[in-house]
Design a protein around this ligand. Structure first.
Ligand code: PNS
Length: 164
């Protein structure tokens, strides 16, 4: 049996320690893990998809995580899963409040292709409140985000807000 390949999709605007925690957990089951960043023009992202790809790669390097590919996709996630030859979708679950959304997404994707499984990993308790939106808000108003994101991400946010 070949080793299953998994896709970890999301906005990653930007990647946080919460995402990195999920990457570390998911890799134990899926050594072949690909982070796929959505290029969705409907979502109001702070960073362009190219910036998010670079920031994500830099953060993984900074955290000493190698062998995780980073790519982007537009359109349906399931099409990206097919294109990359993956058989599973990885998502993180922080709290009960994430469940309805994740359940809806997992069942939609299953309806589109019943062979693709969604696997949810529970985040570490200390990251259960953390989101990219919270990180951006704290940083925008000058707060300390060093316990939320790697240094390289903090720097990318400083640069972005300084340029606005
Ligand atoms: O980090 P996010 O924003 O919660 O990630 C959501 C994401 C990007 C994984 C999801 O919205 C997605 O895959 N969108 C692409 C469109 C799609 O496939 N929709 C149908 C499944 S919900």
């Amino acid at each position: 049996m070949t080793m299953p390949k998994a896709i970890y999709p999301g906005s990653f605007d930007p990647i946080t320690y919460g995402h990195i925690d999920i990457v570390r957990r998911a890799r134990k089951l899926f050594p072949k893990l690909i982070i796929a960043i959505v290029a969705n023009p409907n979502k109001n992202a702070l960073f362009s998809v190219e910036e998010r790809e670079r920031i994500t790669r830099d953060a993984l390097t900074e955290m000493g995580i190698d062998g995780v590919e980073v790519t982007s996709y537009a359109g349906l996630l399931i099409d990206c899963v097919h294109k990359l030859g993956a058989s599973a979708v990885v998502r993180g679950l922080r709290a009960n409040s994430d469940f309805d959304y994740e359940f809806q997404m997992a069942l939609t994707n299953r309806d589109l292709d019943s062979d693709i499984e969604t696997v949810l990993f529970m985040t570490a308790g200390k990251y259960s409140f953390l989101s990219s939106s919270i990180v951006k808000e704290v940083k925008r108003f000058g707060g300390n985000i060093s316990s939320f994101v790697p240094d390289s991400v903090d720097k990318a946010l400083s640069k972005k807000f300084a340029s606005q």
